[in-house]
Design a protein around this ligand. Structure first.
Ligand SMILES: Nc1ncnc2c1ncn2[C@@H]1O[C@H](COP(=O)(O)OP(=O)(O)OP(=O)(O)O)[C@@H](O)[C@H]1O
Ligand SMILES: [Mg+2]
Length: 358
């Protein structure tokens, strides 16, 4: 059985390599894949993913948002949409990706992934090949794929982050969020993925202090880990965000003069001006890496039910990355605190010149 799974996996890799080289041959560079992630939950990932994607789209850069939070369909909720289908229907061969995507404002493409992606863990080979081929159709249609992930260091989250070209790690200035962001960055570091990391301090009370808070975390990462993280920007605490969420309208459109929109505009400019060309095979390469990190050929296994957010060991995606150290142990979120050493935690405590706990 294990041998069979191995040969299936090799076949998928070979097949996916073909897809990726086709992409690379067809266009010198595929779209950018940007994962939006965080250590702690509720720090503003989904709002940032959607509004940043809108900022790109409105700049004339064709953009798609993939809802890859395996628990709840965050993006659709923020937009007040109830999609009929998800990526799961594509995987089953019941729908084409084009029938599943939901048009968003200004021509933005929204891809409801949510539970459908969780079930990719139980996909059989045909289904995996179908998903790859369908996602390849996006390749020529978008320039940026923004992936809204769940929070924490669960393998299902890390799989998306490690597979992306770029990841925006979102934190608030709270010490707990900063410690969890550090834990997440450390877990990504342990995957050896070449994903480039960028930090966003959201809900900052003050731009300068928010920037300093971000730089302090980046400094700790540079000192302790083998990779660096760039501070991409700060988004201020802005009541317009919560109001827009209640109205189920992106603040970028509903509050065009808001401070949060100005900050998101700066982040979009940062992405367009500062991020180098992608070199990891575009969307096909991304999908291939995500699928390669979940056990393939388990179509006979019952698909997981419910949310994978608090997954137990033994659920299919729990094997996506082998445990490589304490960062992977235990529950997401809670365990991240445990990954920062005492010295790390002391270094993360706010200073007088920076954001305090709110
Ligand atoms: N810049 C901001 N200013 C004020 N409130 C904000 C800001 N960003 C986010 N919020 C508040 O935080 C809430 C949670 O945001 P969001 O759903 O985007 O977080 P998340 O990280 O995606 O959460 P989860 O981990 O549950 O997916 C929003 O509904 C909003 O009320
Ligand atoms: Mg979310």
């Amino acid at each position: 059985m294990a041998e069979q799974a191995d040969s299936l996996r090799r076949w998928v890799h070979a097949k996916a390599d073909d897809v990726t080289s086709e992409v690379l041959a067809g266009r010198l560079r595929g779209p950018h894949v940007l994962a939006i992630t965080s250590g702690k939950g509720g720090v503003g990932k989904s709002n940032l993913a959607l509004n940043l994607a809108l900022a790109l789209q409105i700049r004339g850069v064709a953009t798609a948002v993939l809802d890859a939070d395996l628990g709840l369909a965050n993006i659709n909720i923020i937009l007040g949409q109830e999609p009929d289908y998800t990526v799961f229907d594509v995987m089953q061969g019941d729908r084409h990706l084009a029938d599943v995507v939901v048009p968003g404002p200004h021509g933005l493409t929204i891809i409801p992934g949510a539970s459908g992606l969780a079930e990719a863990a139980a996909a059989n080979l045909d289904q995996v090949a179908t998903l790859l081929a369908e996602f390849q159709s996006l390749e020529s249609q978008v320039e940026w794929l923004v992936v809204d992930t769940g929070a924490g260091i669960a393998p299902a989250v890390l799989a998306f982050v490690a597979a992306a070209d770029e990841a925006l790690v979102v934190t608030t200035p709270e010490p707990t969020a900063l410690a969890d962001a550090y834990g997440l960055i450390r877990a990504v570091d342990e995957t050896d993925s070449p994903v480039r990391l960028h930090l966003v301090v959201n809900r900052a009370g003050d731009a300068l202090r928010g920037q300093r808070t971000g730089e302090r975390l980046a400094g700790l990462v540079a000192k302790a880990l083998s990779r660096s993280v760039a501070v991409a920007g700060v988004v201020l605490e802005d009541a317009a965000v919560a109001r827009a969420v209640v109205r189920q309208e992106p603040f970028y459109l509903g509050a065009p003069k808001s401070l949060a929109r100005q900050d998101v505009d700066r982040l979009a400019d940062y992405l367009l001006d500062r991020v180098p060309a992608p070199r990891r095979g575009g969307i096909a390469g991304f999908v291939r890496r995500v699928l390669a990190s979940v056990p393939i050929g388990r179509g006979d296994a019952a698909p997981p039910t419910g949310s994978l957010k608090n997954q137990e060991p033994g659920l299919p995606m729990a094997n996506a990355y082998p445990s490589t150290g304490p960062a992977y142990a235990g529950e997401q979120g809670a365990s991240i605190q445990g990954t920062a050493t005492g010295e790390d935690r002391a270094a993360l405590r706010p200073r007088e010149t920076e954001e305090g706990p709110r």
